[in-house]
Design a protein around this ligand. Structure first.
Ligand SMILES: Cc1cc2nc3c(=O)[nH]c(=O)nc-3n(C[C@H](O)[C@H](O)[C@H](O)COP(=O)(O)OP(=O)(O)OC[C@H]3O[C@@H](n4cnc5c(N)ncnc54)[C@H](O)[C@@H]3O)c2cc1C
Ligand SMILES: NC(=O)c1ccc[n+]([C@@H]2O[C@H](COP(=O)([O-])OP(=O)(O)OC[C@H]3O[C@@H](n4cnc5c(N)ncnc54)[C@H](OP(=O)(O)O)[C@@H]3O)[C@@H](O)[C@H]2O)c1
Length: 378
């Protein structure tokens, strides 16, 4: 079957061919390199694309939900009686993010629970969001102990378990049979209970080399290497797992012998514990695939140093690259990093391009309009 035919409804069942930690055990969080074996799939992708993985929920969390509800895993969960409840909770529905239908059912069934206290009323969205922050389906069930469901009704209150996207960190030109991923494992404690991201803890704890990994490609749309000219300079800003697509870009440029200059900004917590793909990137610098490589290790000194600080430090040079027609790529955290990098670019244009704040904003907007400012942020 050709690669394009694999979709959310009809994913390819891949295996993990290889994996290793990108972080040392002393790093504040774990990030893992995965190589997904795509042999036999015919799947093709372009640097800038993502691989979507369909995960499974944590069986321990499924067990706790069933126990709270007093339901058995083998109870049929669908009207046709085919799907056992335990299986549905494991692989079909989201048991972490509570949806509106569940909240309404809980408010109705347990008048003493917090959701029956007007939190679902119009105009109360901010209070509701505050209540929901860090709470999952199990928390809500425990806080509404009077609520009782039969299996099909409970499943119907839950949303679908959605696939998670990961920027592909390799090029088919370098690795024809696989797709590499750099994945930060999500773990945190909330309301006194240790929690994990669904897909990342599934990969880190419950998947082995024999486990089928349902996956399919999602296109990166405009997050592409320069077209048509490979002589266009590129400026890549990718802290954390934001580095992933740039590894793919550089592997591709190495394979095609692209002529344009390339400058990479990478940031992580510590040089000694979280310098992802260090040897490979330093090798690109030596062989001329990269012209510049700047790093920002935020926790190696008292003051935080982030990628945008490095951009500002090298503002005059960044400005020259912009004026030479460079394309700016940003990948990684949307909420804080991408906003701060955007501000840094405006500051650079104002300072080194002699523009007012308004003109600098218009310059950056014009970069965006001309598809010379491309973001893949999440
Ligand atoms: C285009 C795209 C590309 C991506 N590429 C990558 C990539 O290359 N590498 C990568 O690692 N990720 C990437 N992501 C993110 C990835 O898709 C997942 O969102 C991520 O791995 C988390 O998935 P999960 O199922 O483990 O966590 P989920 O189960 O989805 O849980 C995450 C949620 O947990 C909650 N949460 C997290 N921390 C806390 C906290 N401290 N307190 C309270 N609540 C908290 C938040 O609500 C958060 O949204 C990408 C996303 C997109 C859209
Ligand atoms: N939706 C999800 O479920 C999910 C899951 C995983 C990741 N993410 C998002 O994806 C991002 C990427 O995660 P990641 O593990 O790859 O790395 P990350 O958390 O973004 O951290 C990478 C580096 O960026 C630094 N940083 C923090 N704030 C910054 C800022 N405002 N500007 C620039 N750099 C900043 C960090 O420093 P310090 O930590 O020392 O401050 C660290 O050195 C996360 O921040 C998170 O928002 C989302």
């Amino acid at each position: 079957m050709p690669g394009k035919a694999y979709t959310k409804k009809n994913p390819f069942l891949a295996r993990i061919a290889r994996q290793y930690d990108l972080t040392s055990p002393q790093a504040p969080k774990r990030t893992v390199h995965y190589e997904i074996d795509l042999r036999g799939s015919g799947i093709e992708f372009t640097p800038g694309d993502s691989l979507a993985l369909q995960p499974q929920n944590d069986p321990a969390l499924v067990g706790a939900v069933l126990e709270q509800l007093g339901l058995r895993p083998e109870t049929p969960a669908g009207e046709n009686g085919l799907k056992p409840l335990g299986e549905a909770l494991l692989s079909e529905v989201s048991i972490t993010v509570p949806g509106r239908r569940l909240m309404e059912a809980l408010a109705q069934q347990d008048p003493r629970g917090p959701l029956a206290n007007g939190l679902l009323a119009e105009g109360k969205n901010q209070d509701l969001q505050q209540y929901l922050w860090g709470r999952d389906v199990l928390d809500l069930l425990r806080e509404h102990p009077a609520a009782r469901f039969d299996a099909p009704t409970f499943v119907a209150t839950l949303g679908k378990l959605n696939p998670r996207l990961y920027s592909i960190a390799s090029s088919l030109a370098a690795y024809p049979d696989s797709s590499h991923l750099a994945i930060a494992i999500v773990r945190y404690t909330s309301h006194g209970r240790a929690r994990g991201g669904v897909a990342t803890t599934w990969l880190a704890e419950r998947v082995n080399s024999a486990t089928p990994i349902p996956c399919f490609i999602t296109a990166g749309k405009s997050f592409r290497l320069p077209e048509p000219s490979d002589a266009t300079p590129i400026l890549m800003i990718g802290p954390g797992t934001g580095i992933a697509p740039f590894r793919a870009f550089l592997q591709e440029r190495k394979a095609t012998g692209a002529k344009g200059d390339a400058w990479l900004f990478f940031g992580e917590t510590n040089r000694a514990h979280a310098y992802f793909y260090r040897e490979e990137f330093e090798g690109y610098l030596q062989s001329g695939v990269l012209q510049r490589l700047d790093t920002a290790f935020s926790r190696d000194q008292e003051q935080k140093i982030y990628v945008q600080h490095r951009l500002l430090e090298h503002g005059a040079e960044v400005w020259r690259w912009l004026e030479r027609g460079a394309i700016v790529y940003v990948c990684g955290d949307a909420q804080r990093m991408a906003v701060d990098v955007d501000n840094a670019l405006r500051t650079i244009v104002a300072q080194h391009g002699g523009r007012s704040a308004e003109e600098a904003a218009a310059y950056v907007q014009a970069l965006d309009d001309a598809k010379r400012y491309r973001k893949d942020v999440y």
